[in-house]
Every structure is written in C-alpha cells, then in structure tokens.
Ligand binder design. Structure first.
Ligand code: 9PG
Length: 499
C-alpha cells in the first residue's frame, strides 16, 4: 500500500522515495526510483530535453507521442537510451499539469536524474548514485522558480552582465576568412555590441584547433583587431569532440570514449565524416583540453562559445568508471579553471542541468534559421532539432525558468531582409524572444542591412524593456503584449514558407 505523505498539501502522493521532508515551498526526498502520483489526471506533461537542442515543451500525454524509433541520424539532440522508449520522458525535471491548471513538478538536484510519466505518475530515477529530488505543487511559475533556486544552491549560479553578441554563423556559416571577419568588424562599428564572436570555420579541423589558411595572420592578431575595435573577442570551439581524421583521433586512441566493443563511441556525423568524444576522465585528454582552452584565452579571446559538449556526457566506457554526467561535470570544471573566472563561457549543444554553475550562459534551443519550419525534419522525421526558427522558439521559451541561475541564449535574431524567408512577423517574434530571454545576438553583417534595418538592430541592442510574464506564452514587453503561442501551435496561415 502506498503511504500518503502529502507533507505540504502536495496535490500528490509519494509512493516511492526515501526520507521525504518539508522544504519551505515543497518537499525534498531522495532515492531512485521516486514515484510521485498526482491527485489529478495529468492533462499535460512537461518534457525537458537533455541538451541545448533537445525538444522541450508541454506535450499532451494522450495524443502527444514520445520520440519514436526513427533512423539514428535524426536522434541528434536526444539523450541516447531514452529517446526510444515508449513513455514520455525528460531529463532532470518533469512536471504534469492538472485540469485546474496547477502544476506538479519533480526535479533532480543532482547530475544523473531522469523523469518519466508512467501510468499517470512522475517517476524519477538516477542513472547511477541516487541523489536528491525536489517536489512542488502550485502555479507553473512558482514551482519552476523554486526548482531553479534549489538547483542554483545545489550546483551554483554565475550571474554577470550578459554580452550583446555579433556571431558569424547565421550569415556566413563556415565560409569565413580573415578578410570577411575584418569587414564585418568594420561594419559593426557604431553599433552597441559587446562581443564579436568568430564561429565555426577558423580552425584546421575539429580536434585541430589551429587557425587554417584562411586566417594567415593568426588568432592573436584577429583578437587584437577585435579588441582595438572596442569589443570582447569571441571564439567558437568544440573541445570535447575530435574528427575521425584529426591527429588526436588517429594517434591517441586511449583518449577516446569507447563503446561496449572497445571501439571509439560514435558522437555524431558532420564536417564530412564521423566524430568521436574525448574521455574526460583520461588525464592526458584532460591536459590536452585544458591546454586548448588556455591557449585560446592567451590568443586574446575573452568569450568562448563551446559547442557539441554533450559528447563529453555520452554513455560509454571511460578510463575512470564515473557516471557520465559526473565525467562531464569534471570536464567543464577543468575548462572553467583553464579559461579563468573572467572569461565568459557560453555552452552549446550542452546537457542543461549539468552545466549550471560552471557556464555563464547556455543555448537553450536548437539553431534558428532564416526559415520558419523544416517540414522534412520536424514533420516527417520527427527531428525537431534541425535548424528551424519555430522549434528554436518553442524549446527556448520552455527553458526561460533557468534565467535566474544561468544566461539563457535563444540563439540569434534577424534584422535582414536579404537571404531571408522569415516574414516580418516571424522575425519580430524571434526578436521578442531575445528581449524576454535577455540575451541579444545577431549574425547579420551590417553590410547586408538597409538603413532602417540597421536602425532597428541598433535600437534592439540598446533598449532594456520592462518584461512581464502574463501567462505561459504571453508576455508584456514595455506594455506591448506578445503571444508566442503562434510558434507553439501555429495557425495554418502563420506557417509561412518552408524549406
Ligand atoms: C557551428 C554550429 C553553430 C551553431 C551551433 C551548432 O548536425 N547537427 O545536428 C548540428 C546541430 C547544431 C549545429 C550544427 C550541426 O549547430 O548550434 O550555433 O555554432 O554548430 O558548426
């Protein structure tokens, strides 16, 4: 018989879980599994994706389908092992909404927690050592605020001024060179940016973090030019992955995460081949990562966008038998130590909760794109993390509760009409999301903007509007009401051009 331990008028019965005790806003318990059964029938389940790009939103448990078996290719962004099970499941935190709109939340305060919806109950499990849980029942706003506060106490939080960033990716993609960077730098003069960030394309290879032939003057020189322009030099790196053709992958087999057969574990496919994950418990691999980070800071970069970080937390065999998210945590702590306290570290493609307290900011959704939706990816393959603005908005919007403990980067906003398939309303929605998330970035080279668009960008970077939350998807921005539900449930006429 389950014992009713509704210590705080929880709206739920705790059917499994050790040592339940009162907390001023809910209940703490420990163990694995813990089972928390709402006293109501769940009408919605909050599914929190594992890493930056993973699907995060409220799903209807009756008709919303969990991720179903689809080719491995499209599982990118999902936590391996959880995406193929038949139940709705998420990482670290899950919640259900009742018919009266109240929300019951179950959230892990440690690294390896997973929450699924099983026969109407929230079931929390730790992958390895059992840790602590926080349970609360109340308004959506309140329970997530309380969970974030407890996560901040458990894992730390770093709040410092959020830089306004120009990033090269969403206009030039990997087609960058020194000349193009200097032209863009010239173009942003007079616009109120704080950081100028060079994205993917500067390096010789993934795992070979030296400037390629397109950057003949080297990275120190580029960083100096950026600093001389009054901006904080920013650089993209993917320090936890190595391409199969890189010298680390070919020469340092013992540094790689292994699968059950002892072969390098697959971490993904891109840049014309497969890439592997570094084993962050291996002392020499750690030394190498630290060295790469220290060097980019020595080059003069004070803002690092560190990408594809999930690789450090993939399941596999490691030099030291540590839980995978603990290995990740020790890897990012090493990165922080190498980068120094004053370097702004932005995590991308990163497990969300395990990154809290170490990074200054984190990407909270998949990549935006100059189009609204990618029908092939989202509709037919159920690969919601393919670049598309609609799901970038949806996922980011459902992660804004993290803002008190880590900067939430919803990705760039667009101001350009050139190379643009988003209509003006869709572009406005993306800018409003940046205002609500309080993270402002764009990739538009000022040379692509007409005077009016440049003016809009300048005003956007300068303003600090008063933002009020009016509902799950409704906000007032300086008194102007914005409704993001058009992205969550777009009316047919709103869907706009597709790929
Ligand atoms: C650079 C880019 C940008 C971007 C990042 C990340 O294959 N994939 O699934 C895939 C996902 C995301 C992605 C690239 C590929 O984008 O989010 O801002 O830095 O890397 O390569």
């Amino acid at each position: 018989m389950p014992t009713e331990l509704d210590v705080n008028r929880l709206g739920a019965a705790i059917e499994a879980g050790a040592d339940p005790r009162r907390d001023d806003a809910g209940t703490r318990l420990s163990g694995s599994p813990v089972v928390v059964r709402p006293s109501f029938d769940a009408t919605l389940f909050y599914r929190h994706g594992w890493q930056s790009w993973s699907d995060t939103r409220w799903v209807d448990p009756a008709i919303g389908r969990p991720l179903t078996p689809v080719p491995e290719l499209v599982l990118q962004g999902e936590d391996p092992g959880y995406s193929r099970q038949g139940r709705h499941a998420g990482s670290h935190v899950g919640a259900v909404q009742g018919p009266d709109g109240s929300v019951l939340l179950l959230g892990a305060l440690g690294l390896g927690g997973r929450v699924e919806l099983d026969d109407g109950a929230l079931v929390g499990r730790y992958e390895d050592e059992a840790g602590e849980w926080f349970v609360a029942h109340g308004s959506e706003q309140d329970v997530f605020v309380e969970y974030a506060a407890r996560l901040g106490s458990a894992l730390g939080s770093r709040k410092r001024p959020t830089p306004r960033v120009w990033c090269s990716w969403y206009s030039m993609y990997s087609d960058i060179d020194e000349q193009r960077m200097l032209e863009a730098l010239e173009g942003v003069q007079g616009l109120p940016f704080d950081s100028f960030q060079v994205d993917d394309g500067w390096q010789r290879d993934i795992g070979d973090w030296e400037p390629n032939a397109a950057f003949p003057s080297g990275m120190t020189s580029l960083a100096q030019r950026i600093r001389a322009a009054g901006l904080l030099p920013g650089l993209w790196m993917a320090p936890f992955i190595v391409h199969e053709r890189s010298s680390v992958a070919t020469d340092q087999h013992q540094w790689l995460l292994r699968d059950e057969h002892g072969s390098p574990a697959a971490a993904g496919n891109g840049w014309g081949g497969d890439y592997y994950a570094l084993d962050l418990t291996h002392p020499e691999a750690r030394e190498w990562v630290g060295e790469r980070i220290r060097r980019s800071v020595e080059w003069g970069f004070g803002y690092l966008k560190l990408d594809f970080l999930y690789a450090g937390a993939l399941p596999g065999r490691r030099h030291e038998d540590q839980p995978r998210e603990l290995a990740y945590r020790s890897g990012i702590e090493l990165v922080r130590e190498a980068a120094g306290e004053s370097t702004y570290l932005l995590a991308c493609g990163a497990p969300i909760v395990p990154s809290v307290g170490v990074f200054d900011g984190i990407r909270v959704g998949p990549d935006v794109a100059p189009w609204w939706e990618n029908d092939l990816g989202t509709r037919y393959l159920y690969a919601l993390a393919v670049p598309n603005t609609r799901y970038a908005i949806v996922t980011s919007l459902h992660r804004l509760w993290l803002r008190p403990i880590i900067d939430t980067d919803p990705d760039v906003a667009y101001f350009r009409s050139r190379y643009q398939m988003l209509n003006p309303t869709q572009q406005r929605l993306l800018r409003d999301l940046a205002r609500v998330a309080e993270f402002r970035a764009t990739s538009d080279p000022p040379g692509w903007l007409d005077p009016e668009e440049r003016e809009a960008l300048s005003a956007f970077l300068d303003e600090s509007p008063e933002v009020r939350r009016l509902g799950r998807y409704r906000y007032a921005i300086d008194g102007r009401e914005v409704d993001f539900s058009v992205a969550v449930e777009p009316p047919p006429e709103y869907r706009g051009p597709v790929l």
